[in-house]
Design a protein around this ligand. Structure first.
Ligand SMILES: [Fe+2]
Length: 535
């Protein structure tokens, strides 16, 4: 049974406005006004005073930020080269209202921020995407949605609304930002003002899936976006919808395929000729959801399945190759060579998410949860092969790998990943820290399997980085890394740091000092300035 809203037949068409969109529009007016302070002060009688009785779960230990900010001309330490011109966008969960007891960090409302860098100056802006969920809760002045991806725990009044939080990833497409949560269609935002343009973007009605991944890929040769949704026909369905759209928002290819079991397919891989999925044992568990739990539980009895299909085909050629129990979340890069498909992902032996329970009672094992970069491969010309190949590439442990995004879908050489260097000292000033901070960005050169490392120091923790090319035609991986560091001895205050990829072992060339600890991001995206609309 699905409570997902039905797909609108047309976008932005008042005559075809359905009830979901109508309610969303009403809530939009109320929600935006309430936040802006423009509406009469009229809290509903049923809404209790807002109070976070305890610090709710937050990524990296960050508490709710709940502040939409504009900083004109940020404090910059160092010198930002004039060839860095563009915007670094990031998104992460930031609780709008106190969460239901037992909920997890990934269910906070999406909060988007932008560092606009030009001529050595930086302006900062942050806004919540006005999701249907955010607007309804703002209008009601209380939480209406319950546990992570569990509609059984929602207030009945929101049954027709999208549950999407737009809190996971953000990308630039067709001169707009798309903010993603994998249980819903993306939310479209203006890249300059961060105002929400469309709270339920479906590529003009061309995208048939009820969900959309947080990890679309971009083919810089064709200008296409290639993406997918899992549980695509609604709650707990085993359907995957995969599609391409051209640079103007028109869906040009689609295919429906089946997953080997219903569970998380967080990222996927696209090469010039193939599309690949990795199904991991983070299984959708309907019975636990009916008991008020979160959407997933780790079922260690399940194998992983690596599915490969022809890009642009009808999906009937999809073949699933079997592998052992593994947890894997993100793709660094992928490419194909004839009949061979290669996908590089961070991969761990066991469940990497302590807040998604182990179904069979095993305790969370942080060592087995440590991720390492692996190369998965199959040779599709060998018809009798049933298992995929898996090779551990490097000894560094980390998560959230990235590449020079100009090389998405094609053979690539350079990748980057936040890592934890266990040989570096921990500052005694930190006291008894429960875990080693992510203190490095590692650059991987697959051509000769070498690494170089930027180490920020023993008193900071690094979030995901994005790569900025030094120029439009710069060599692969030649440029800068941008990412947010939390200063652990300053209450987690945030700096945007900029690192030259040719001098990874040196100091950041610049730090953009924010006067606060922001919410933690999940993912970010770099947009060159000459591709942004004029302000
Ligand atoms: Fe992700």
């Amino acid at each position: 049974m699905s409570r997902k809203p039905k797909q609108p037949k047309k976008e932005n068409n008042g005559a075809s406005m359905n009830r979901r969109r109508f309610i969303g529009t009403l809530a939009a007016a109320a929600g935006t006004s309430a936040l802006a302070g423009a509406a009469p002060f009229a809290p509903t009688a049923s809404a209790e005073t807002v109070h976070f009785t305890s610090n709710p779960p937050g990524l990296g230990g960050a508490g709710p930020f709940r502040s939409e900010c504009d900083i004109h001309d940020c404090d910059v330490e160092g010198e930002i080269p004039s060839n860095i011109d563009g915007a670094f966008y990031r998104v992460g969960p930031d609780w709008q209202y106190p969460p239901m007891a037992g909920n997890i960090p990934f269910d906070g409302e999406g909060h988007v921020s932008m560092f606009r860098i030009s001529n050595g100056h930086v302006d900062f802006k942050s806004r919540y995407p006005r999701t249907q969920r955010f607007k309804a809760q703002a209008a009601a002045r209380k939480r209406l949605f319950g546990m992570y991806r569990n509609h059984f725990t929602d207030d009945p009044s929101v049954a027709k609304l999208s549950r999407g939080t737009a809190n996971t990833h953000i990308a630039y497409y067709n001169q707009k930002l798309l903010a993603f949560k994998e249980d819903s269609p993306p939310v479209m935002m203006d890249p300059i003002t961060l105002e929400t343009v469309d709270d339920y973007y479906t590529f003009g009605g061309g995208m048939k899936s009820l969900t959309h991944s947080a990890h679309p890929k971009f083919d810089h040769g064709t200008g296409e976006i290639i993406s997918y949704g899992y549980e695509a026909k609604g709650f707990a369905t085993d359907d995957i919808y995969v599609f391409s759209a051209n640079a103007k928002g028109k869906v040009t290819w689609e295919a429906w395929v089946k997953a080997p079991y219903v569970g998380m397919i967080h990222d996927f891989a696209v090469s010039k000729d193939y599309v690949a999925f990795l199904a991991i044992p983070m299984a959708t568990n309907v019975e636990r959801m009916k008991q008020g739990q979160v959407h997933f539980a780790w079922d260690s009895s399940l194998p992983t399945w690596f599915g490969v299909m022809r890009r642009g085909g009808d999906g009937k050629d999809l073949k699933w190759f079997k592998g052992p129990e593994r947890c894997a979340t993100h793709v660094m890069g992928a490419f194909s060579d004839g009949n061979k498909m290669y996908v590089d992902m961070d991969m761990a032996l066991k469940n990497q998410f302590p807040f998604f329970p182990n179904l069979h009672g095993e305790p969370y094992d942080p060592k087995a949860a440590s991720g390492y970069l692996h190369r998965l491969s199959v040779d599709l010309s060998k018809k009798d092969v049933t298992d995929y190949n898996m090779e551990k590439l490097y000894p560094q442990s980390g998560a959230l790998p990235r590449q020079d995004d100009r090389y998405q879908t094609i053979p690539y050489r350079i990748g980057f990943m936040p890592t934890s260097n266990p040989t570096k000292p921990l500052s005694p000033k930190l006291g008894n820290v429960a875990f080693r901070p992510t203190n490095s960005y590692t650059k991987f050169d697959h051509a000769n399997r070498t690494t170089t490392e930027f180490w920020i120091g023993d008193d900071s923790s690094l979030q995901e980085c994005c790569f900025v090319p030094r120029s439009k035609d710069a060599a692969e991986g030649d440029g800068y890394l941008v990412g947010v560091a939390n200063r652990l001895l300053e209450g987690g205050r945030a700096d945007l740091i900029i690192v030259d990829t040719q001098y990874m072992e040196g100091q950041p060339i610049a730090k953009v000092r924010l006067p606060f600890r922001s919410y933690s991001q999940v993912h970010g995206w770099w947009v060159p300035g000459d591709t942004l609309p004029k302000a």
